[in-house]
Write a protein that binds this ligand. Sequence first.
Ligand SMILES: [Zn+2]
Length: 163
Amino acid sequence: MTDLEVMEIAIQEAKTALSKSNFPVGAVLLINKEIIDKSQNQNRELGTLCFHAENSLLIKHSSLIKQAVQGKDFVEIYSTLEPCLYCFAGILQHNIHRLVFSVSDPNVGASSILPYLNDWYRKKNITIEKNILVDTYLPILYEDNKRYNRYDWDKLLALNNRK
Ligand SMILES: [Zn+2]
């Protein structure tokens, strides 16, 4: 599958999250280019802080990911939104090989901290790609923002080169 095809699936998850009044983030886990599972943010629905789309995949499939990495399989996570510090730490901890996300997050996006971390993290050599289907995902994020006003929208657009 292409990056666009996988991100479309993640965006569908984000739409479902929005329909349940959750913060609209979707994520997909792949091993050797095969989809293992998909997930969506469930924090508002469950009244928690830890059911982020990416983190839910990591917790559910932690041992599978560990085995895959040890077996030299290629592990990827796609997310509609730049992972927060919590999820990015989990992605590094699991030695995920590639992270692909759509929109950069000016509030809690943490993917740019990698150069400032200790060697132990930097040597993991994760590949990060972003700006995939930004214009498809932005309207979904905007719907949530109209209600919860989580972002300074101009700042978010500027960070994503849409202004
Ligand atoms: Zn997160």
